[in-house]
Design a protein around this ligand. Structure first.
Ligand SMILES: C[S@@+](CC[C@H](N)C(=O)[O-])C[C@H]1O[C@@H](n2cnc3c(N)ncnc32)[C@H](O)[C@@H]1O
Ligand code: SF4
Length: 426
């Protein structure tokens, strides 16, 4: 449900008054919030994040505090919190209230200031066929192609008009963004309009990508699922040597063009790569990249629904299921539990805009033709998008089945520690 609290930037300054401002969430959403605050002239003191892998690190030069550390040092008399952590808004709001922070007076939810998060798939093609991804496990696809910088600029202008608190644009969803030869221009345009950009790439390409780094994207994620031959199983079609060399190129290009760029390697945990984590972690330390991890999921949600409803699936899906540490059935059971199923949907305020400007029903469902609205993004009004999302029968069914929470379960670091999925490597 899109349920917004628009607050004029000048009123927001008054509400914070002389207190120190902390953003809860030191990832994507948090980066966006940080940038918007800078744009509207509000000073930030730091981030709060419960992820152990981020402790001791900084984002944009601001320290990242564990929640306990924060509450030991600050109260609602000297601090104000802006929650920008997608998956766990309700849980974080509860913790804030337990520490006497009141909604609106002492904390706000960044996502409620803006309407949507924009996932713009600038490339409708991928070079790999990973078995956990619809590129490798789904037979029907949307038409292939790339977004042009001209179209992208029109799209940005519309977003800024419709949704002024937008801080970041993600330039990927199911495609491989580096395949779009105009990506450097697209990144430059994003910077020109004072927006941050996020790229996620398999980095398993022979083409050179120096121009992309020279264009200065804000946040650069590399997807990985192991070392050597293990990596090649679940990054199906990729070559470890190509990937490995590219990591060193990336380090070199960052130093040369854009030392502030945030690089995050995203390690997908399977049962064949659990012991690779430590090697990949050491490599990240050597390269100066942040490492993050999550249980490897099976995508897209269309496949999750098939398994839930006992509909037959194909061989690639079955192979993924065999390699998963957190099995789909287990994730579905957790997502359907009474306390989980009632939680909000993280994806409801995300829009997947395809390279051809179609607006998909949901960024995690894949089947072609499943769109939120008939009109393309440039022709549809923001009110119609909100209306389409809020009166959405497809979302209603998805939530009734608990499917909307399955990927939050896969992303939950607490479950990773509970299951010991990274053995004793943490
Ligand atoms: C489908 S990829 C497409 C973007 C790009 N081609 C890439 O590989 O990063 C989008 C995001 O999904 C994540 N992802 C891919 N396979 C996954 C899996 N099995 N489990 C969890 N996340 C996964 C990737 O790390 C990436 O950030
Ligand atoms: S289809 Fe499901 S996961 Fe997607 S936005 Fe709707 S409720 Fe959320």
């Amino acid at each position: 449900m899109i349920n917004k609290t628009y607050i004029e930037p000048s009123s927001l300054k008054g509400m914070i008054a002389k207190r120190k401002l902390f953003i809860w969430g030191a990832r994507h959403d948090g980066y966006a919030a940080s940038h918007v605050l800078k744009r509207i002239g509000i000073e930030q003191t730091g981030f709060i994040d419960s992820s152990l892998s981020l402790q001791g690190t900084q984002a944009f030069g601001y320290p990242i505090l564990l929640p306990d550390d924060f509450f030991d040092r600050f109260s609602n008399s000297n601090a104000f919190i802006l929650i920008a952590s997608g998956f766990y808004i309700d849980e974080i709001s509860k913790i804030c209230r337990e520490h006497s922070f009141r909604k609106i007076n002492d904390f706000l939810i960044f996502g409620e200031l803006r309407n949507f998060n924009y996932q713009v798939d600038v490339s409708g093609i991928c070079n790999l066929k990973c078995i956990s991804c619809p590129r490798g496990n789904y037979s029907d696809h949307r038409s292939p192609g790339f977004m042009s910088p001209q179209t992208y600029e029109k799209l940005i202008l519309k977003i800024l008009k419709d949704d002024p608190y937008t801080g970041i644009i993600s330039l990927y969803n199911w495609g491989e963004p580096l395949l779009n030869k105009k990506l450097p221009e697209i990144v430059r345009l994003t910077n020109q309009y004072s927006l941050l950009s996020a790229i996620s790439t398999n980095l398993s390409l022979k083409m050179d990508f120096e121009a992309v780094i020279a264009a200065k994207p804000t946040w650069f994620r590399i997807s990985n699922s192991g070392w050597g031959k293990n990596y090649e199983i679940t990054h199906t079609g990729a070559k470890w040597d190509v990937f490995y060399d590219n990591l060193f190129k990336l380090k070199k290009y960052r130093e040369k063009h854009h030392p502030e760029m945030i690089i995050e390697l995203f390690f997908h945990i399977y049962n064949h790569n659990q012991d690779d984590y430590i090697k990949i972690k050491k490599l990240c330390d050597l390269l100066g990249f942040t490492i993050r991890y999550r249980h490897a999921a099976l995508a897209p949600l269309d496949n999750i629904e098939k398994i839930r409803d006992h509909t037959p699936v194909n061989a690639a899906v079955d192979q993924t299921r065999k390699l998963q540490v957190l099995k789909v059935e287990e994730a579905i059971k957790l997502a359907e539990s009474p306390e989980e199923i009632i939680r909000p949907c993280y994806y409801e305020d995300h829009l997947w805009i395809n390279w051809d400007l179609h607006v998909a029903q949901c960024m995690e469902w894949y089947r072609p033709g499943l769109n939120l609205v008939e009109k393309d993004f440039l022709s549809v009004s923001q009110e119609d998008l909100i209306r389409a999302r809020n009166n959405n029968d497809f979302c209603k069914k998805c939530k009734e089945k608990g499917i909307h929470r399955v990927y939050c379960i896969y992303g939950d670091e607490k479950i990773i520690s509970l299951k010991g999925s990274l053995r004793d490597h943490l």
